[in-house]
Design a protein around this ligand. Structure first.
Ligand code: PFF
Length: 454
């Protein structure tokens, strides 16, 4: 292994990449979208689009990353230099620009993600405060205030930075290995528990019975596509840098499939927990939908419905609440470390900054951006989310497809995939994927993007 560091094993990579993919997007975003977009119909479209669109883009990132053995900026530069073209050095500058745009997007995603993750920690501490009889503290922890947001956001940054500064194996891989299986276990235990409660059946039926008439609903299609993209952490260089840490002996298309399955699997499981939990809460008198059938609000699900559900469980409810919000914090942490790794790897590799120093400095700068968002919450929070996840991620994803499909030399691309997958040329992957990222993916993403702007 060279001095860059890398994942020590296949499982280590899968857990780390799945850790990045699985986060607030799966456990909060996905069930919320399911609840507001026709239940099972959304689930069906989401799974379909993940394989149709997100998996090919994931492969583009992993392959570029492993070939270039570097961060997104250097990697795109290398791809742009792989063949002489009519654009000369101009294309190199554009590649750098796109790379920096990815780094900026990853950093901005972290700036809002850390605020929400901080709420998770606060909601995990609140039941403890209640158990200790400190109800005024619990009230502060669960009410919106700049002081609470600031404190818990800072705490979340400290956790993230302390993992990233240790590097790939001792930090990212070790913690993903510990946290991911624990996460899975906690979700399964909660699913079983919620399934025994009255009202859960209605949730199961909404979730598992698709209303086929909604499958071609355009707003449902657009939401499902955006969710697929954000959920697999695409378009910001996260999967690209994780790809650069994979051994050349590994079969990339197979690893990509494993990560995609884990991501979808956890989203589906989160739905199995949260959708029935919503209906249990409704059964207990908590309002979920408006009279017009709309979900009350996106925050309702996690920060009102679930605590209301937990509070009906007596003493056990306190334990379940603590466990659940710890679970959310864990899921967010394995994602946030992958976001911070993007600018840190750039600083370490391109500007020769020591990893520790890079982690703390960059972490501090992004934290200051979070502070700015916290004090201008109404104006900035939704805006930063929209700019990064709705526009930047799909657009950079589209450009990555263009790099792989049009700019990279085909023989170099094939050579890279052949490492760890020697008979790739005779299989279905090589038959479909190159054509697919060249024409179909850019087209689909362009259509989604166009629709969003319109
Ligand atoms: N995939 C993460 C989630 O579903 O919560 C979010 C995410 C992580 C987006 C890392 C982008 C990223 F670089």
């Amino acid at each position: 292994m060279d001095t860059r560091g890398g994942f020590s094993s296949r499982l280590g990579f899968i857990l780390a990449a799945a850790g990045s993919a699985v986060g607030l997007g799966n456990i909060w975003g996905f069930p919320t979208q399911v609840a507001s977009n026709g239940g099972g119909a959304f689930v069906l479209v989401y799974i379909f689009l993940t394989f149709l669109l997100a998996y090919p883009v994931l492969m583009a990132e992993l392959i570029i990353g492993r070939a270039a053995q570097s961060n997104i900026v250097t990697a795109l530069e290398e791809v742009s230099e792989s063949k002489t073209n009519i654009f000369g050095t101009w294309i190199k500058k554009v590649s750098q620009g796109i790379g920096f745009w990815g780094v900026l997007t990853a950093s901005l995603i972290l700036s809002f993600y850390a605020i929400v993750a901080g709420w998770m920690i606060a909601f995990a501490v609140a039941p403890i405060a209640n158990l200790l009889g400190l109800s005024y503290l619990a009230e502060w922890l669960t009410s919106f205030s700049a002081s609470r947001n600031l404190l818990f956001c800072l705490l979340f940054y400290l956790l993230t930075m302390s993992i990233v500064q240790r590097g790939v194996r001792a930090g990212i891989e070790r913690w993903s290995r510990r946290l991911m299986p624990l996460l899975l276990l906690i979700i399964v235990v909660l699913i079983v528990y919620v399934a025994t409660l009255e009202g859960a059946i209605a949730g199961w039926s909404l979730y598992l019975k698709p209303d086929f008439s909604r499958v071609f609903d355009s707003s449902l299609l657009i939401s499902a596509m955006g969710q697929a993209f954000f959920s697999l952490s695409l378009g910001v260089g996260t999967m690209l840098i994780y790809g650069s840490y994979i051994s050349k002996k590994e079969n990339l298309p197979k690893l990509g499939v494993a990560v995609t399955f884990v991501d979808i699997g956890i989203a589906i499981l989160a739905g199995l927990l949260i959708i029935p939990a919503m209906f249990v809460a409704e059964h207990n008198g908590v309002q979920i939908y408006t009279t017009a059938g709309q979900l009350l609000s996106e925050d309702t699900l996690l920060f009102t419905v679930l605590p209301a559900l937990f509070s009906t469980m007596g003493l056990a409810g306190y334990i379940v609440a603590i466990v659940f919000f710890i679970l959310m914090t864990i899921a967010a942490l394995t994602s946030s470390i992958s976001m911070l790794e993007v600018p840190v790897a750039l600083a370490v590799e391109r500007h020769s900054v020591a990893r520790k120093k890079a982690t703390w400095l960059i972490g501090l700068v992004i934290f200051l951006v979070s502070v700015f968002i916290i004090y201008n919450f109404g104006e900035l929070f939704g805006l930063v989310i929209a700019i990064t996840t709705k526009y930047s991620e799909p657009l950079i994803g589209l450009l990555l497809c263009v790099f792989v499909g049009w700019i990279w030399r085909r023989d170099l691309l094939l050579k890279e995939i052949k490492q760890g997958f020697s008979d790739v040329e005779t299989g279905i992957f090589w038959l479909i994927w190159p054509f697919y990222v060249r024409f179909i993916c850019p087209l689909i993403i362009a259509v989604v993007f166009y629709n969003r702007i319109i």
